[in-house]
Structures are given as structure tokens and as C-alpha cells.
Design a binder for this molecule. Sequence first.
Ligand code: NDP
Length: 291
Amino acid sequence: TDSDVTLIGLGLMGRALAGALLKVGHQITVWNRTSAKAEDLVAQGARLADSVNIAVNASPVTITCVSDYKSLQQAFAPVADELDGRLLVNLTSGDSAQAREMARWTEQRGAYYLDGAIMAVPPTIGTDEAVILLSGSKTAFKTHQSTLAALGTATYLGEDHGLSALYDVAGLSMMWGVLNAWLHGVALLGTAGVDASTYTPFAVQMAQGTVGWLAGYADQVDSGTYPPDDATLATHAGGMAHLIEESERLAVNADLPRLFKALVDQAITAGQAGHSYPVLIEQFTQESRTS
Ligand code: NDP
């Protein structure tokens, strides 16, 4: 091989990844459908391959970062034996099924596979701030850990190739949950002339307090027992009814607390009024249990 790492896909993210590898002194080979996007990298010492096959063949490790899996399949259509014995690290966003399918395809070609999710924006790539979740071949991760560390905080999650995609979407759910709850509160306080900046320190305190409960609640979910050491679902339901009424009275959108209450009401109907809050996990897993 004539370079350390090959990079396929030189969009905003791919160019940032390539730049980080060059910065720590790696010899890289690059390929992009639109070759003009490689110009800056070539000026910095990257080699531009004429074809995706040549690119994959040039290094023990190939990193891919294109728009989506359809683009990846199109880009990789000509690739045959070139992957044999090499590592493919696919940082293209997708779902867990796509990651597992790509893992099968890659392993059938005799290659190791790591699927990744980039939890960062291009300007932070190459710093510790850029968390890159990786799942799949543990051997490959250990062997190439120092190379991957040049991209950011490379975090290995486990052998199941779907894990990085699942952590990715679960993280987004957490993010939007917090953001929407905060905005709902900003709207409520706004009706009393309290601006967002005045309310927000209190919101942050509440969010941090709530986050502090999660580890203990996780133990309840994992053990399937929900002792109401703090508050029962019935108590939560009462508070939610109050939140809905207050929102409606103030002409603030009440969809979010209505959703919360619908979940709690279903659990209460199922006889769980006396349990602690995380018993609601059953309302989230129900889809998969009944399908
Ligand atoms: P860009 O739109 O900037 O780049 C897309 C890349 O995909 C280009 O290299 C493009 O090639 C290539 N591509 C698209 N279709 C094809 C195809 N049919 N065949 C070959 N190559 C193709 O996107 P980003 O670089 O921002 O994102 C890339 C991946 O990184 C995505 O999966 C994205 O979700 C993920 N990501 C991005 C983040 C960001 O902040 N930008 C954050 C976290 C993840 P060409 O130049 O020829 O068009």
C-alpha cells in the first residue's frame, strides 16, 4: 500500500476528516465523485486516485463519508476484491439496519467493518470535542485506534454494527426532548413578561436535576422493578393535567404535555398508577412487543 488512510467522499465532512488526518502527518489517498473538491487537499499532500478501486487499494484503512447509503452503494459499485483484508470505516449517516447490511456486504469481501456516527460539525473535527461513535470489529478498532483518534474522540460501543446508528438517534431524541421542553417553558414564562434569558438559569437547574435521576432509573428499567421511592405515576398524572390546563389557559401550545399525559394515562389504565415514572418504558417498547 502507498498511503495510511483512504478517504472516499470529500463533502464538508469528508474534507474536514481528510484535513485532520493530514494534520497529524498521515499519508492519505482521496477519491470524490467530483474530483475538483480534492484540490486543496492535494495541495496539502494528499494523493488523488483516478478511481474508487485504486483509492481503496492504496491503504489498509478506507474511511467513507458520503451523503447517504444510496450514494455509498453508487460510489462502491465498482469495488470488488480491493477490500480483502482491509478495514472499512463508514462514517456515512444511516440507520442500524443499513449499517448491519453494509457490515455483511463488507465482510463477504473479506474486510473488517466499523460503522460510525459523527456527533460533531466539520470545524470541530480533529479536536476532542468531536465525538465519533464506532461499532463493529473490536480487533479493527484496537488496531487502528490511534488513526481514528486523529479525527476526534473515537468511542467504541461494541461488536454490533448497528450500535453507533442507534446511539446517534437516541442522542437526538434526548436533545430534542430537552429543547422542546425548554421552549415550552419559555413560552409559558413569556406570558408573564419574563424573557428567555431570565427563565433559562432555572430551566438549566431543572434539567440538570432531572438528569441526575437517570442512573438510578436505569437500574429500575434494567431490573424491571419500579418502587415509587420518589413519586407515583398517579402523582405525575395530576401535575401533567395542571400543566395542560395552564398552557391552554395561557394560549400556549399544549401538545407536548398532552403527549406526556397520554403515555402516563395508558400506563395507569394498565394498572401501573402506583409505580415510579420509568415504568413508562413499557409504553415505548409496546410497538416492538406487539409487532
Ligand atoms: P456534503 O453534501 O457536503 O457531501 C456529500 C458527499 O457525498 C460529497 O462528497 C458527494 O460527492 C458525495 N456523494 C453524494 N452522492 C454521491 C454518489 N451518488 N456517488 C458518489 N458520491 C456521492 O455532506 P457532508 O459532508 O456534510 O455529510 C456527509 C455525511 O456526514 C452525511 O452522511 C452526513 O449526515 C454526515 N454528517 C455530517 C455532519 C455535518 O455537520 N456536515 C455532521 C454529522 C454527520 P460530490 O462532491 O461529487 O457531490
